[in-house]
Each structure stands twice: as structure tokens, then as C-alpha cells.
Design a protein around this ligand. Sequence first.
Ligand code: ADP
Length: 475
Amino acid sequence: MTVPLRLVAERILLTALREQDAAAVALAARERAQFLADASLSFAASLDLELTYAAIAGATLPELDGWCIVDVVETGGATRRLPVTHSAFDAELVARLLGATWATGIDDPIGIRAVQRARSPVGLGNLALVPTAARAERARRLLAELGVGPLLVVPIAARGELLGALSFICRVGAPPFTAEDGELAESLAIRCAQALEGARLYAANSAARTEAEVARAEAEEAKIAAEEARGVAELANATKSHFLSTMSHELRTPLNAIAGYAQLIELGIRGPVTPEQLTDLAGIQRSQAHLLSLVESVLNYAQLEGGRVVYTLADVPLLELLDGVEDFVRPQMRAKSLRYSGHSCARDIRVRADAGKVRQIVLNLLANAVKFTASGGEVSMECLDGHDLAESDQGRTPMHAVRVSDSGIGIAASKLASIFDPFVQVLGRGLVAQDVGVGLGLAISRELARGMGGDLTVESTLGAGSVFLLTLPAV
Ligand code: ADP
């Protein structure tokens, strides 16, 4: 059977047409792929957020007879409409659409609101599909007045988070958007989302890095400032200590000479001395001794401050350390008719301390007790076993203590903390010139006590007397 020529011709034509269709489809697919690849490149050209915004503001669809509005949700949650950089419409229309006349609200047919409502592409073949709420009705009328036809809105989203929306707008009379247009718009939105996410991550990273760098720089600056301040303070301290110790040395030499010459005269070596002259000489010697003790205090303090004090620590019974120390103040006690009670220590109360320094502290406490107690008063010294000490007087290691009490003038509560500071004196009435020190005795004593691992504290009531407690590490 022969096939009619017409049929053959028809088949050939059909095949040719099919092939032409397939070629057209393949070309369209290639063009779409190329379009998306170009878009990806341009959106992700920069990691800077603002430059990325500028790039995606240029989003469009191939052969779109209209234009695209890009909205983004910023990091704080605010929405921002990016400037329209390409437009086939006239500038005035763009201005009106984006300007105040455009009422954005929950029924907004384009932008973020539209995709928030739908959570998927909002394809609007024509304006009749714009939501019908009253507000949307106004928007619809406005769009119609502006000559706007088909709309297509797709969300820009990543990992469930809405990052923005692409709204494609056509002229009235333009052909409605097709399903392929919808798919292409979605693919374009995915590229936008990737670019936005990358830029946001980069911005967050840079911010965190900058913050960390600023914090590091500030910490570094603070450290340098603290080191400088410490350096200045140390230098000032060293200079002061050096000055004090040099001066004290220089002063001691002529003071000792004064004592020597006074003694020569007193002994009659330079010729006969009258009783009046002897009285004057005694005055010179008292003043010399007092001045020497002041100078000694300053030297002592300068050595402590300069860290030049050496402690020779040994395990000793407290009894031995205190033995006879009160003898140094007995003449003054007798002169003021003070009653003294010295409680003897148990032999097994042993401390680790520098004997000379303990005696220096205790003597200073006794001298103060005598100095600040009026005639007829009482002074006492006793040893305390660590078990008898209050919890607050115990250090990290077990302590024993020496307690020096008096019934003297006492110290006001407001002054209690400062009497251990150097050069602090709470001057009371009734002190004679020789009694006036430089306010270093307690500062030195406490430093020495602490230098041996102990402490020196005070309890006092104004007008009722004072109790000084010297604690020392027990052995
Ligand atoms: P000063 O050389 O003036 O005695 P201190 O450092 O020994 O210096 O004492 C400082 C101040 O503490 C004294 O000026 C005095 O006001 C007060 N003070 C010290 N001991 C006693 C005490 N037993 N009773 C009352 N006040 C005291």
C-alpha cells in the first residue's frame, strides 16, 4: 500500500515542527539557566550588605513588561523598600507607587505584607485577584488608576526566615504571568536569599570581630595605663623612701654629736658645771633623745616602705620575747603613778617571729599606753593562747597574741581605722612635747606584725581606754 504523498509531507512537517519546539524549549531552558547564573553572580558580587541590597534592587525577569519592587526585612525586623533601579515605566509612576500615596498595610497586595499573608508566591493574573478587603480595594483601585496590570509577588526566604519579597508589576493589558514565570521568579528569589544571608553573616561576623577587637584594644590600653601608673607610683615611692632614709642618716650623725658634747660638759671634762647648767644639759639630752627617736622612726618606716627590712624568724616562747620589755617604760609609769599588771605567759605558748621586732612593737604599744593614760590610770600586758582568741582574730594559720590595754583617753570610733596610717596623730590634750611623735609608731608596728605573718588591731572607747592586740603565728 502506498502512503499518500500528502500524509508523508504532513509527517515530515510535524516532525520538523516538534523538533523546532524542542529546540525552542531547550533554548528557553538554557536562557533561563544563564539568566539565573548571571543573577547569582551579580547578587553575590559583594559581601557588603548595602552593596548586596544595591545588587538585588536590580532584580527583574527576562522580557518583563513592567518592573520589580524589592523589599527586604532588615536585621532589626524593620522592612525597607529598595530603590527601583530599572524601570520600563515612567519615573512619575514609580514615585507615586513608592511614595506616600501607597498605603502599606496588612492587605498590601505587593511586598512583604503580601508574602507574609500567603507564605508562598502570590501570582495575580489580573487585578481582580488582589485581596478584597476594604484596604486592598483601595490599593486595587490605586493600582488600576496607575495603569498596573498583572502582579507576581514571591518571598525571599532562607531556613524558614522571611528576608524580603520580590514584587513584579506589569502594565495593564500585559499578558498574565505564567507558571514558568512563577518558577523563574522563585529561583531568582532563592538567589537573592543566598546573597542576603551571606552578606548578613559577613556583617554579623565583622561586627563581632570589630567588637572583640575594640574590647581587646581597650583592655590593652587599660593594662598599659595601669602599668604606667604603677611604674610612676613605684618610682615616687622609691624616691620618697630614698629621700627619707638618706635624710634620717644625715640627721643622726649631728644628733649623736650633740649627745656626745652634752655628755662631755655634763661630766665636767670641759670644766666645772653649775647646777643650773646641769639642768639645762638634761633638757638638751632629753630633746636630743626625743629627736633621735623621731628620726629613727622615719628611717624605720622608710626601710619598711622600701622593702628593705629583713625578718629573722625563729620558733620562740612568747614568754622570752616579752621578758623585761616593760622595764623600758617603768620610769614613765612611775612618774605618772600608773598601775601596771603584767600577766606571765605559759611557757608552751610559742610563736614564729623575729624577737627584736616583737619587742619593738610591744614597747611601742606600752609607750603609747603610758603616753595616752592620765596619772593614776592602769596599763596591762598579757599573753593569749590562740584558743582564747575571737574567730576574727585568727588568721589562716593558728595564732597566739599579746594584748596591751590601758584605761586612758581612748580613741574615737571614727579615728580607729586611720591611726595605723603613716603620719596620723589624733592629738589629745595634756601631752607634753616629748610625748608628741610623728604618727609612725603604729604604722611601723602593724607593718612589722604583718611582715611576720601576724597582725595588729585595736578596740577602743573614747574616754574609757584602748586594747591593742598583736597576733603572731603559733608553732
Ligand atoms: P605617735 O607617734 O603619734 O604616737 P602612733 O602611730 O604610735 O604615733 O599613734 C598614732 C595615734 O594613735 C596617736 O597620735 C594617738 O592619737 C593614737 N593612739 C595610739 N595609741 C593610743 C592609746 N593607747 N590610747 C589612745 N590613743 C592612742
